[in-house]
Design a protein around this ligand. Structure first.
Ligand code: FE
Length: 205
């Protein structure tokens, strides 16, 4: 492996320790209060998270016209739904949806850092920010998806979308087979964050 991408095994624990130290210092200096970080985390666990994205995808699965609007003008389509206020707020500016299907599989990454559509997907997982994932997903997405357990058929094109402060992408996965009788709530339960990142498909019914 390229030595630039070598990391100590305990890198996640180290990052966590560094974040705790930084938080303690900010509290000590009076920049934030003891509850500030918990408040932000709670907001992204209860109000802004992948449950919003799942509702959007479930609507797209049941309403082709909505799906077309979602891909054409993502913020306007999202604004049609009954979702928490702030969908266009922090990290929700300039969100764009791309739909799987018709010989195309989409994968979202941020090669620069960790840009991610927080209001629909929540906070990005650790591996999304990993430089190895970021660079390899751009160079050899098919191999990387295989390692995620997702074998994209050879005749299906993989499109990799690089998120940034200008555009934050998410994926509308394909509706699983055998879900004709399910309502939107039941369909939303099949939509995982990984499916909306493109490293997995939606769960089977
Ligand atoms: Fe970024």
């Amino acid at each position: 492996m390229d030595p630039r991408f070598n990391f100590p095994e305990d890198r996640e624990a180290r990052s966590a320790a560094r974040a705790r130290a930084l938080e303690a210092l900010l509290i000590e200096k009076g920049v934030i209060t003891a509850g500030s970080v918990d408040t932000v985390l709670s907001f992204f666990e209860t109000k802004m998270g992948p449950f919003n994205g799942a509702k959007i995808v479930a609507r797209a699965w049941t309403d082709p016209a909505f799906k077309a609007r979602l891909v054409a003008d993502t913020p306007a389509a999202i604004a049609e739904l009954d979702l928490p206020a702030g969908m266009a707020g922090a990290e929700g500016e300039h969100m764009r949806a791309v739909a799987n299907g018709e010989g195309v599989h989409n994968l979202i990454i941020c090669t620069l850092c960790s840009c991610y559509p927080w209001p629909v997907l929540g906070l990005p997982p650790y591996w999304y920010k990993d430089p190895t994932f970021r660079s390899r997903a751009a160079r050899e997405p098919r191999a990387v998806l295989n390692e995620f357990g997702l074998a994209v058929p050879p005749d299906v094109e993989i499109k990799v979308w690089d998120s940034s402060a200008q555009i934050r992408w998410f994926v509308v996965p394909e509706r699983p087979a055998g879900t004709d009788g399910l309502d939107e709530g039941q369909l939303a339960a099949l939509v995982t964050p990984e499916a909306m990142m493109g490293v997995a498909v939606a769960k089977a019914a």
